[in-house]
Design a protein around this ligand. Structure first.
Ligand code: C2O
Length: 544
């Protein structure tokens, strides 16, 4: 195994998009940021030097960080932020993971521009379980904001103007042909006629689940979230923020140019959504020689922004390639409601209170709207026994149960705020049913669990029924993921073994929802409250 050393300088860089120059935050002046390529079993040593004006921390999304929460990255959860002028070195080893993951800033909305691919090849001499083509490419889907994303965050926090406030979707940082001043830089992927290419599709968008397809071409899905799937072919994929999907595409059409395109899947958008679409071009190399003018690309067909049946058809086809070891005896059976909420304001005229009837937007799990601590990280407080940073009274089931799909009265559910964790005994078998509440909007919430991956054993629409639904769970070959969408107006069930001690964040990967409090923390302990099997905190862990 190898050790890879990198220096990541977090720095501003002027970048022109949509006819305007913005000084964005980047790593090493690159947007998207540098790609990390490693093999399973390798170690990474990444020295992050912050020369920007903002506090920053970086997260290696999907890396399990076994007994090493100090390298996970979410600010105020496993570390305090790296201050301007400061640095911190993330050290971790890839343990039994291969495929496509990614890294991103985990501090306020910096991840709008601070992200990159993290590619894990199998240990030599083994190889991927599919025929690995000679050619591969990362396809990072993103969102571009014509303003500083931190001011967008402030606006969204207070006004709820979150869905579709970005000004473009992007592929590898470029909006593509359908946006102003963008055509020249449209990303191109060249292929030889007849060859197969592996596309590593990553949804790094801040707030948007996306549909993705390539004109006239079938996509064969082989992995999601760095876990293999039974291969299946599809015309369109749905991918939530945080998720990755690896597909094989064979260039078996007329030699020509074809658009690959992505647009929103978001049932909270209204009918006025303009179907804004990002594109890149799949170019057959042998067609360029014959023609003076580059051929006009064929447009890809994309579903409507509210096409839940297509999204569901896609996700319900995902299976692990073989039988997997799903826990069957459940020690912790949790029901988590996820959704938005409205908090009554004492002063409805305050600028924070621009929700309906002078309320303030919030989001919660089991009616608790998560508040990040300020004075310490949860992991440090947990490890060192520092009181007053968090409480452990996160409720395992909602404090009030009702018909989540009915016409829920807005007065019924007003989240309380808190920094609450839930204790899981190390080694215990956990099941979580995530239930969308449909309060304020009915919307798919892509839920990400740090430090783990999990089996997605079932999902459905309406209210989860504990008497009948578990009988239909897939305990044979469910897909393994680190981020899973809670279907709009529905539920999804996941299972995992709590085999990684530490403090691990679970949250909606739509950043506006995270900022509104759609998060909680698991506190996984080894034995009687000690955490001695966790690696000691590194000496350069940033002070709070
Ligand atoms: Cu990809 Cu907590 O994030």
């Amino acid at each position: 195994a190898e050790t890879h050393y990198h220096e990541f300088i977090v720095q501003p860089k002027p970048v022109k998009r949509l006819c305007k120059v913005h000084n964005i935050i980047t790593v090493n002046g690159k947007f998207p940021g540098p790609t990390l390529s490693v093999r399973n079993g390798d170690s990474l040593v990444i020295k992050v030097v912050n020369v920007a004006r903002y506090n920053v921390s970086l997260h290696w999304h999907g890396i399990r960080q076994l007994r090493n929460p100090w390298a996970d990255g979410p600010e105020f959860v496993t570390q305090c932020s790296i201050k301007p002028g400061g640095s911190y070195t993330y050290r971790f080893t890839i343990q039994d993971q291969e495929g496509t993951l990614w890294w991103h800033a985990h501090s306020r909305w910096l991840r709008a521009t601070v992200y990159g691919a993290l590619i894990i090849y199998p240990k030599l001499p083994s190889s991927y379980p599919f025929l690995m083509p000679k050619r591969e490419a990362s396809v990072l889907l993103g969102e571009w904001f014509d303003r500083d994303p931190i001011s967008v965050l402030r606006q969204a926090l207070f006004t709820g103007a979150a869905p579709n406030v970005s000004d473009a979707y992007t592929i590898n940082g470029q909006p593509g042909d359908f946006y102003r001043c963008s055509g020249k830089e449209t990303v191109r992927f060249a292929v030889d006629s007849g060859e197969t290419i592996l596309l590593r599709i990553i949804n790094s968008a801040l707030n948007q689940e996306l549909f993705f397809s390539v004109a006239n071409h079938q996509l064969t899905v082989v992995a999601v979230d760095a876990s293999y799937t039974k291969p299946f072919t599809t015309n369109v994929i749905m991918i939530g923020p945080g998720q990755t999907t690896d597909v094989l595409l064979t260039a078996n059409q007329q030699p020509a140019h074809y658009y690959m395109a992505a647009t929103a899947y978001n049932t909270a958008l209204n009918a006025a959504f303009d179907n804004t679409t990002t594109t890149a071009i799949l170019e057959y190399k042998n067609c360029q020689q014959h023609q003076q003018q580059p051929p006009r690309p064929t447009m890809a067909q994309l579903p409507n922004f509210n096409d839940t049946p297509t999204a569901t058809r896609f996700t319900s086809q995902l299976r692990s390639p073989n039988r997997v070891n799903v826990p069957t005896q459940i020690d912790n059976s949790l029901l988590f409601t996820v959704g938005l909420g409205l908090i009554n304001c004492t002063n409805p005229n305050s600028p924070r209170c621009q929700g309906p009837n002078g309320t303030r937007f919030a989001a919660s799990i089991n009616n608790v709207s998560f508040v990040f601590p300020k004075s310490n990280s949860i992991m440090q407080a947990f490890y060192q026994g520092v009181p007053g940073v968090f409480t452990t009274d996160f409720p395992p089931v909602p404090p009030l149960q009702f018909d989540y799909t009915g016409n829920v009265s807005r007065g019924l559910w007003q989240p309380g705020r808190g920094t609450k964790g839930y204790r899981l005994k190390y080694g215990s078998n956990v099941q979580i049913v995530l239930q969308d509440t449909s309060i304020v909007t009915t919307e798919d919430h892509p839920m990400h669990l740090h430090g783990y991956h999990f089996y997605v054993v079932g999902s459905g629409f309406g209210n989860f029924n504990p008497a009948t639904d578990p009988a239909r769970f897939n305990l044979i070959d469910p897909p393994v993921r680190n981020t899973i969408g809670t279907p709009p107006g529905g539920w999804v069930a996941i299972r995992f073994v709590a085999d990684n001690p530490g403090a691990w964040l679970m949250h909606c990967h739509i950043d506006s929802h995270l900022a509104w409090g759609l998060a909680m923390v698991f506190l996984v302990e080894n034995g009687e409250g000690e955490l001695q099997s966790v690696l000691p905190p590194p000496p350069d862990l940033p002070p709070c």
